[in-house]
Design a protein around this ligand. Sequence first.
Ligand code: ADP
Length: 223
Amino acid sequence: MKAIVLFGSPGSGKGTQAKLLTQCLKVPHISTGDMLRERVRGAELGNAVAETMQSGALVSDELVNAMVEERLARPDTADGFILDGYPRTLAQADRLIRWLDERGVREVVVHLAVDYNVIIARLMGRRQCPRCGTLYNLASQPPHKAGFCDLDGARLVIREDDSEPVIRERLDSYERQTRPVWEHLRAVGRRVIELDASAGTPEVVFQEICQAIEVVQPAPPEK
Ligand code: ADP
């Protein structure tokens, strides 16, 4: 069972690493941000949730906890999962810990620690493919053809919550509500790993995560 919880501030690279891990480990990537955006688009969730997300604040624990539990109950999580963006509050952390312990699942929490100024620069340059979700960064990881996804050619977009005031609010929510979760997980003795993810390329950070969680990487295909 490969249960990995990716922890870190907005812009720390959780989404990028989750995509690499999900390909390598063949377990689903569960991103609460993506799930919420999808449900808002599909009008399953009302305007209040959309407004909360657009402001950069966190949506309610009840909603997110229920959504994650429903997702974890699906059969494709039998061999494990990668949680990205959850838990973000102490109430979510307690709920997840209970869920894991009841099932005897031993997770590993990986904290991608990134310098505040690096985070700001990254979030401001972020672009996303609306079709496949691939993330790019104008500064560090631009697409081959400016403005278009390398994988499917779709025109890249700026996420609504990547404007500067919203970025500040997201980082504030992180400091107030989410950082204490990290202290809590350590204090109650969960398996935690902290990596410096400020400088390395996504590939380097990925190798470090793999080493840290002792996942043997498949050999690259022969040329
Ligand atoms: P980022 O980590 O870059 O801020 P996400 O895509 O993970 O972006 O989340 C986008 C938004 O979705 C958050 O700002 C918040 O409003 C909402 N959200 C995502 N995950 C959670 C969560 N676990 N609890 C509450 N709100 C969440």
